[in-house]
Design a protein around this ligand. Sequence first.
Ligand SMILES: C[S@@+](CC[C@H](N)C(=O)[O-])C[C@H]1O[C@@H](n2cnc3c(N)ncnc32)[C@H](O)[C@@H]1O
Length: 413
Amino acid sequence: MSTEPKNALSLRTWLTENNGRFDNKVRFQPVLSGFSVIATEEIAPETTIASCPFDIAITRCSSKSSLLKLLKPSKVDVLDSWNERQCIATYLCFHLILLPSDLDHFTFLRHGPYVLVLPPEEKMRTGLHFTPEEREMFRGSNLFGAIVDREKEYRDEWVQCLRVISECKASWGTAFSWELYRTATTHVSSRAFPSSLLSRNPSLSTSPSIEPILLPGIDSINHARGKPVSWVVTYPNHESPSTPPTISLKIHYPVSAGDEIFNNYGVKPNSELVLGYGFSISENPDDTILLKVGGGGVHAKRWEVGRQARGADGLWAEILSFISENEDATYEDHLDASAMLTDMVDRLTSQLPPLKNKSFDPNTVRPEVVKMYHDYIEGQRDILDALIKFAEAKKQAAVEWAAEEGVELVFDE
Ligand SMILES: C[S@@+](CC[C@H](N)C(=O)[O-])C[C@H]1O[C@@H](n2cnc3c(N)ncnc32)[C@H](O)[C@@H]1O
């Protein structure tokens, strides 16, 4: 007996028809943000939960080739200038844009049952989908700036895509709304895997040549930090010559009947989770803050510092070199650097919204966003507190260094 929603059943059937599969002990359960994947009975470690053949992965290349058939082939140069997000998001949108009268064009779209399980706009909670009041809560934090920048960048991309689509068919342009595109870009940010998985030695590593891709089925599984999982690639061999190259997600932990099955998206700070995924982890040990020295302009190096001031040494070295060009910094330079770091951190702390005693209007601010706000601000404040302690320790070391040189330093309180 299955109580799976119809669209989840259609995804399962479509995946099987395309040589992929879900383990038969899993089922989809509707939740606020879309679906969770649950064990119907106990699942043993080393079970393969979902498999996706390479040829149904959605890549920039596969999206572009479908779009070229839908739009005019003469648009090939224009589409070459679109980035992978524009190609994949526009390809996803077309599944929802076409009308029954566009029947001939449906043959160019391969992912109908997949697109129909993707959470719609109203289930989205990423920074791009915040209400104005929700976005305003984050003013003063790095995340606020990141949301504003992302919206501008994605809107510009949408305008480029819209121009091409409208030229092909005005009614498609009308249907290709900012809201539709924004939701599709969130599907890309929240579900994409690196293209480095589609190889004989799959890895989650990223580099400029690695592009985001979507893996239908595998991307239905939610994240839990640190869960042991692995990626397994299978190629045809003499035992099963007709099996296409396939990527699978295998879990290395047991799951009890009724419990959720989790994937592990890798190390992610809350800033990234809130911006691109629409959820956060309480007291996330992987939280970070981005800092740059002395204003520095848009091209200034940004230092990513974590809890317990992890990664602060590079920032400290840059502050020291900013204070003194001399390679052999003196204890006075260290004292100045410590004061500069403290000022910098104090300024950031005073700009950050408060963690406590802040109430939000439940009519305009959703409880899930309040949780993200608390988790994110807690992490930012904790790291800034750790940086103050880091600067204080550097000051103390400089005082001891001066004492070794026979200088007693006295500070005004
Ligand atoms: C790759 S999809 C996972 C499948 C998704 N739940 C669905 O309904 O299709 C990633 C999205 O799932 C949700 N998600 C994943 N892990 C989560 C978690 N630990 N807590 C809350 N939401 C989570 C978020 O909405 C995120 O953007």
